[in-house]
Design a binder for this molecule. Structure first.
Ligand SMILES: Nc1nc2c(ncn2[C@@H]2O[C@H](COP(=O)(O)OP(=O)(O)OP(=O)(O)O)[C@@H](O)[C@H]2O)c(=O)[nH]1
Ligand SMILES: [Mg+2]
Length: 465
């Protein structure tokens, strides 16, 4: 924890609800001057002796310079340190008029507060030891969640489920260091040989791998299953995209090469979020615009968690279809035989569509036939990808956390490799490497972290959180 946190001299203010017209808008003030600002600005309807702690008071916001009433609403004074930021906090709930809220914020600034930076309230909460960095990252994930699973993961991390797991790995590293370092300080002849560290290293690596798996699952749950619709031109990709979206989003024409750019939209299937991408049809052609579109299709395919490979089922499969199937050979693929309303001529069990274990669906993007089955296949894939965690592993390590655990796992793997090759290693060397590991693990929760990392994390936040 960082002690500079306490009693930071600045009192900060921000609108905590989105800018725009709404029923209610909330302004938040945090810092030592918050109570006096409230007293100067807010006149309770019923005269009381000061503002009670943690009790909403109805009254009027009055501009202290002009004496004019700006609005009426509720004021809440929360005395630190038992607050989000650890400081004295004031929350004003006023009418959700952008102008009223702006004028009230200006008054508060004139009374001595300064506008908060992005995520500054949460940054203060972190610096005051109210949250660790895993929890701080969960705050923004909760706000940005786009599916019930993403909410569930963020909520669990806010309750420190993931922090506990990261700390448990750190504790094992500390145990190993204690064992190793006991031997370093003594003459080798005086002490029994160091206990074989390999089993503990393996346990540490196993837990790191579980954390990484949780991170991968959480990433898909957070941002949705990236699903790319690919196929040769004119097979009905855009029609299928629109049908799955229930919206007339992408242009559809009978002219091959209609879609040039990738188009992305989010859908929910059985509570699982999918980011659906329509792409330009893959073929070899001279048109430079189309070529650029196809380059983008290949980029999208590289990022895909799932590919919907669309085949015109009413016509025989040709070389262009085979090229598409080859382009997504190493991905998870669902083959969609489209235009079934025209009569299917392809044989879905043809091995050119991939192994028989690969899911297939016959559909008509224009009549909607078969789309239910296709959606069910997609949802089952999403469930498998997002629900396959061991029950005791928490999802949602951030990209930053994944990078740190990956770096730490590289250290442990290489140590295990050298034990396997050489039989033993000097405790000093193992200890040095494990100290590096510990530093990486502690950066995840923020026990050891520098300001630049904090800047990067809190940049993602909105002002007011
Ligand atoms: N009969 C029938 N026609 C379809 C079906 N799906 C699409 N079409 C028609 O096929 C033509 C091409 O459809 P698109 O959705 O633009 O095809 P695309 O694969 O996106 O084509 P590009 O963007 O050029 O790669 C249009 O005339 C659609 O109306 C279907 O299920 N049945
Ligand atoms: Mg198209």
């Amino acid at each position: 924890m960082n002690s500079q946190a306490f009693h930071s001299p600045d009192t900060i203010v921000a609108l905590s609800t989105p800018r725009g017209y709404s029923g209610v808008g909330v302004i938040r003030v945090s810092g030592s001057r918050a109570p006096e600002i409230l007293a100067a600005l807010f006149k309770p309807a019923i005269c009381t002796d000061g503002f009670p702690d943690r009790r909403a008071v109805y009254g009027r916001v009055i501009d202290p310079e002009t004496g004019r009433v700006l609005d009426d609403g509720l004021a809440l004074l929360l005395r630190g340190p038992a607050t989000y930021t650890g400081e004295d906090v004031v929350e004003l709930s006023l009418h959700g008029s952008p102008m009223v809220l702006e004028l009230a914020v200006r008054c508060i600034i004139r009374l001595g507060a300064r506008p908060a930076e992005r995520g500054e309230f949460t940054r203060r909460a972190f610096l005051a030891g109210k949250l660790d960095l895993v929890q701080a990252e969960a705050v923004i994930d909760l706000i940005e969640a786009t599916s019930p699973a993403a909410v569930e993961d963020a909520r669990a991390r806010l309750d420190r489920s993931l922090s506990h797991q990261v700390e448990a790995v750190s504790d094992l590293v500390v145990d190993l260091l204690a064992e190793l370092e006991a031997h370093i300080d003594f003459d080798e002849d005086d002490l029994e040989p160091v206990t074989n560290p390999v089993p503990l290293l393996e346990e540490i690596l196993g837990r790191m791998e579980a954390l990484l798996e949780g991170g991968r699952v959480g990433r898909i749950r957070r941002r949705g299953v990236r699903t790319v619709i690919a196929g040769k031109p004119n097979v009905g990709k855009s029609t299928l995209f629109n049908a799955l979206l229930h919206a007339d989003r992408a242009i559809v024409t009978p002219i091959p090469g209609t879609t040039r750019d990738t188009i992305e939209e989010r859908i929910l299937l059985e509570g699982i979020s999918f980011v659906l991408t329509d792409t330009a049809g893959i073929r070899n052609g001279p048109d430079p615009v189309e070529k650029e579109g196809i380059r983008r299709t290949h980029n999208a395919l590289e990022q895909a968690d799932l590919v919907l490979a669309v085949i015109d089922g009413s016509a025989a499969i040709d070389e262009e279809d085979e090229r598409v199937l080859a382009a997504c050979a190493d991905r998870d693929v669902v083959v969609a035989f489209n235009k079934m309303d025209l009569g299917l001529v392809v044989d879905p069990s043809d091995m050119r569509f991939g192994p028989l274990s690969r899911p297939r669906a016959s559909v008509s993007a224009t009549t909607g036939e078969g789309l239910d089955t296709l959606s069910k296949i997609m949802a089952a894939f999403g469930r498998e990808r997002t629900g396959c965690l061991q029950s005791d592993i928490s999802a949602g390590l951030s990209s930053r956390g994944i990078e740190l655990v990956e770096a730490a796992a590289v250290v442990v793997r290489s140590l295990l490799g050298s034990f396997a090759a050489e039989g033993s290693r000097r405790p000093e060397i193992v200890s040095l490497e494990m100290r590096r590991c510990l530093k990486l693990l502690r950066e995840i929760t923020g026990e050891e972290v520098d300001d630049k990392v904090l800047d990067r994390i809190f940049e993602r936040f909105c002002v007011g959180k």
